[in-house]
Design a protein around this ligand. Sequence first.
Ligand SMILES: NC(=O)c1ccc[n+]([C@@H]2O[C@H](COP(=O)([O-])OP(=O)(O)OC[C@H]3O[C@@H](n4cnc5c(N)ncnc54)[C@H](OP(=O)(O)O)[C@@H]3O)[C@@H](O)[C@H]2O)c1
Length: 227
Amino acid sequence: MRKVVITGANRGIGFGLVQRFLENGFHVIATYRHEKSSSELLEFAKTYQQITLVKMDLNNDSDYLKLQDVLASHSEIDFLINNAGVIGGKSSSILTTSAENVLEVFKNNTLNPFKICQTVLPFLRSGGVVSQITSLMGSIEDNQSGGYYDYRISKAALNMLHRCLSIEFKNFIFLTLHPGWVQTDMGGEQAPTTIEESTKGLFKVITEKALCHSGKFLNYQGNELPW
Ligand SMILES: NC(=O)c1ccc[n+]([C@@H]2O[C@H](COP(=O)([O-])OP(=O)(O)OC[C@H]3O[C@@H](n4cnc5c(N)ncnc54)[C@H](OP(=O)(O)O)[C@@H]3O)[C@@H](O)[C@H]2O)c1
């Protein structure tokens, strides 16, 4: 059975991805942080034997050892999806964005995926796929509206991390993925894309792309985006 690690798997896009991979017969190693915001995932884990839960606050370094222990007890991993992230302060001006805020969002959106890659890559099978759920808001070329300093900086840096990984490791596939503007707590109700639509597209892109797509920035429909 093919195996996927998904971070931030308890709600939003992460939980949608859990459902898509389970429907398609995968074993899902799902990270979540708090029981109180994870009731649906915890219920799922009672029904499906092919879920392994790992309770992790990704800001807590010692929690990465828990994931390492779980991975050591499985044979090789096929897919890693760095999905967990935060939106930050949504400020439109540098004058109302604190440097502390930028650092906090950078920790969550850039350094945590960095640490997850350090933890999971040694367990990834050759030909395995690493996906970062980033955002078009991290695109320098696409940015015409500005603002969201903390979020945009963190996702642009995440995109660079991924590009570097694709150059260092030629035996894995690295996909930098924009999920669309999606109806989650982060995206809000006015977002045009449902979680189901986004995650069905992401599932297809993640499972069907080949080594020649490594290092590309794609949306959930598989179309290439500007860096
Ligand atoms: N929704 C959109 O329109 C949109 C657009 C572009 C990109 N994205 C990206 O898609 C990804 C998922 O977004 P979403 O819309 O599903 O967001 P969401 O509904 O706000 O969910 C965020 C997830 O990340 C987890 N998380 C955040 N910080 C964490 C930490 N330090 N430790 C452990 N878990 C942490 C949350 O866990 P808790 O429940 O414990 O907080 C939650 O599971 C993010 O990377 C986001 O930037 C979303």
